[in-house]
Design a protein around this ligand. Sequence first.
Ligand code: BYC
Length: 336
Amino acid sequence: MYTQAMDTMARESGAKLEKVLSPDEQRLQERFDARIDAGDFIEAKDWMPENYRKTLLRQISQHAHSEIVGMLPEGNWIGRAPTLKRKAILLAKVQDEGGHGLYLYAAAETLGQSRDEMLGALHSGKAKYSSIFNYPTLTWADIGVIGWLVDGAAIMNQVPICRCSYAPYARAMIRICREESFHQRQGYDSLLVMMQNGTPAQKAMVQDAVDRWWWPCLMMFGPPDDQSPNSAQGMRWGIKRVSNDTLRQKFVDATVQQAQVLGVTLPDPDLKWNEARGQHDFGTIDWDEFWRVVGGDGPVNRERLGARVKAWDDGAWVREAALAHARRQQTKKEAA
Ligand code: BYC
């Protein structure tokens, strides 16, 4: 039986949850729990516990914000891509990220929050987005490394969400994951070209980018399982299918061989194969750094949020023009 674990009133008073639900709500709750147990998908029109809805809104809106903020570090390099081919690929990738944000905002809207409200929360600094986008893109190699490692970590995290119990989110994730695979491949390909055909300076640039992005990528999966307040309930509800630590481990195991083929060293002296576990051991993540970045004090948090707010303000005339056009169309329709 699943409970609304975030219902602190019931928990704090020590009362059983059943006592605060009306008989009708109790019946709905039981039906919902049975559907989750059976692995059913929940649609927007279906009854759901209030805290299931809130948890989804939190995660999906954060995810949407990450896609939109994630356009910024790579967008900075569109005008500086080294060849026409790389520029076309990067343009397509950044546009895809914008599209992912739109699918996800649309999925979150089905839970009853408007896009304006979600964006308001982002712009005021109230809403979270992925910690990874608060690191700067200093060289062209950073763009390849974002594709390889950041999108690689994103795929590892996002493939299980294609089976999320909330169907509109799961459907959005299926489309997103297809595109993420291309994103990862293009990043890896761009690094491979530099490592195989590049000058010593280009090879050093790739290694430097790997050194700077590796640890922040491991942080992307979120805090360790025993310090992850949302995991237990998220997993019981089938929102989260695989734990933060399990996904992080899978990412490390998958990446080690890719790094060998590329000819780069992952910056962790403790990284080594553990025969007994059948997995790689790796060093300690600096969780103080992670919480600092999540709390708004990363290398470029202010710059990223500032760029988002400016884009929103600069786009005001587009929104006004679109609304004026819609009003005119409506007037014409009514007059016809
Ligand atoms: N950054 O209890 P936990 C992309 C927060 S886009 C910031 O484990 P949960 C891409 C967490 O929100 C990638 N905050 O939480 C785009 C929670 O705080 P609140 C984005 C983080 O939800 C463009 C607190 O820490 N992917 O790849 O069970 C170009 C405790 O955590 C982070 C998604 O959003 C973080 N890294 O698990 C290229 C995937 N980690 O909300 C690439 C969907 C944790 O209680 N999201 N926090 O205040 C998820 O899968 C889950 O929400 C998480 C966290 C695994 C991220």
